[in-house]
Design a protein around this ligand. Structure first.
Ligand code: HEM
Length: 417
């Protein structure tokens, strides 16, 4: 990479393309380490002119995730920045369904109300009740792969497992899972060209129509699922129609696009560290700490945590003008040597692993208990049932997604067993 790409003093900020480049996808950790070495906060230079900053050290990242001056409300984006960033503007001005109407995109008191409405479905106790069904789905997926002796672990296992679970929890019929997978992939990919924005609008519309149909069905004939529960809350006037749709889309995306990468990134890390694989097989009691280490080592959400400065402020001495975008780089914070000794080492016995993979503060991931449970069942079952699992092409580089996606994950992971 050109050396000046990493200098980020006022004269040379980080070019935004760097964060969406193939070299960054291949090894973001080297970029993060170089940035961290020159300072905790870096200005990102975007062709759109949007003023944004990236926080790369643990201390300031953790503080920023829970700083009430950093708002989730995109309407606070300053006017000049808004006109320079059609994609961000469109998210709320067109009333698109991923607009500012779900808990991840609003501040208190709306955040408190919207989060409370769905939090009952995600308590550790409620989630634990899903364990037998998650185990059954896991076993069925392995039954289908096992006789072939080889598989693409992303396509045949890591993707379908969380999708089936979230669709069942929400109450989305199985026949539309393929569409939902495609739509949610579009939502996590920033639309940087007019053509992409056009496609986003079409997918927005299709998703809107599909969920509106499901809502009408559940209203006519409620069932024991999350859509029905939210429709009841809507009818009791506890949330608006827009909030109802937006919440469903948030849960669909969160349920699709993150746990798949806990499983995929974690398995890839284990397969490339045979000593850790052997240790985990001989000490299954280490599974909970192994899951936390997979989350730290290759955080599925790396730098997509948008916030807007609601007032002029400073982070680590860097002035952040009101209306600027602040992105917390979780991937960088989780390898900060000031907090994690030997941060680039995969160590499933790591103690005091206070990673930020699920965020921090009021927006801490609502689905964390579900993701952890799915992870534990997936890894335990894969390791027990496929004792000879190995990378199909151990000498090949891993196939990381590029395409400007805000999540870090593999497009494929060919294995044999
Ligand atoms: C929020 C990561 C799985 C639902 C978040 C945030 C992160 C995150 C980093 C906070 C973002 C921010 O502060 O800007 C992850 C990871 C997962 C995962 C790494 C898997 C390994 C899930 C699942 C669900 C879910 C399975 C639910 C089906 C949510 C929701 C929020 C959220 C609803 C918003 C919470 C709020 O704003 O109060 N997640 N997530 N997540 N996540 Fe997850």
């Amino acid at each position: 990479m050109p050396e000046n790409a990493l200098k980020s003093d006022k004269s040379s900020p980080i070019p935004e393309e760097l964060l969406y480049s193939a070299e960054y996808a291949a090894d973001p950790h080297a970029v993060h380490a170089a940035l961290r070495a020159t300072g905790p906060v870096h200005r990102i230079e975007s062709p759109s002119g949007v003023r944004s900053f990236l926080v790369v050290d643990y201390e300031h990242a953790r503080a920023a995730l829970n700083d009430p001056r950093l708002s989730k409300d995109l309407t606070r984006l300053s006017k000049d920045l808004r006109s320079a960033a059609p994609e961000l503007s469109e998210r709320y001005e067109s009333g698109g369904i991923i607009s500012a109407s779900n808990m991840l995109m609003v501040d208190p008191p709306d955040h408190t109300r919207l989060r409370r409405l769905v939090s009952k479905a995600f308590t550790p106790r409620r989630v634990q009740g899903l364990a037998p069904r998650i185990q059954q789905i896991t076993d069925e997926l392995i039954d289908a792969m096992e006789p072939k002796g080889r598989a693409d672990l992303i396509d045949e296992f890591a993707f379908p497992l969380p999708i089936i679970v979230i669709c069942e929890l929400l109450g989305v019929p199985a026949d539309r899972r393929a569409d939902l997978r495609e739509w949610s992939n579009v939502f996590i990919t920033p639309a940087i060209t007019e053509e992409m924005r056009e496609h986003h609008r079409a997918v927005n519309q299709a998703t809107l129509e599909y969920f509106a149909e499901l809502i009408a069905e559940r209203r006519a004939a409620p069932r024991d699922d999350l859509i029905s529960a939210l429709v009841t809350a809507r009818d009791d006037d506890k949330l608006s129609e827009q909030e109802l749709l937006s919440t469903l889309v948030l849960l669909m995306i969160a349920g699709h696009e993150t746990t798949v990468n806990l499983i995929g990134n974690g398995m890839a890390a284990l397969l490339r560290h045979p000593d850790q694989m052997r240790l985990l097989r001989s000490r299954p009691d280490l599974m909970p700490s192994a899951i936390e280490e997979f989350l730290r080592y290759e955080s599925p959400v790396q730098h997509g945590t948008l916030r807007i400065a609601a007032e002029d402020m400073e982070i680590a001495g860097t002035p952040i003008p009101r209306g600027s975008v602040v992105q917390v780089c979780i991937g960088a914070a989780d390898r900060d040597p000031a907090v994690f000794p030997a941060p680039d080492r995969l160590d499933i016995t790591r103690a005091d692993n206070r990673h930020l993979a699920f965020g921090h503060g009021i927006h801490f991931c609502l689905g964390a208990p579900l993701a952890r449970l799915e992870g534990r069942i997936a890894f335990s079952t894969l390791l027990t049932r496929l004792p000879g699992i190995a990378l199909e092409n151990p000498d090949d580089a891993l196939a990381w997604r590029v395409s400007g996606s805000i999540v870090r994950g593999l497009t494929k992971l060919p294995v044999r067993f």
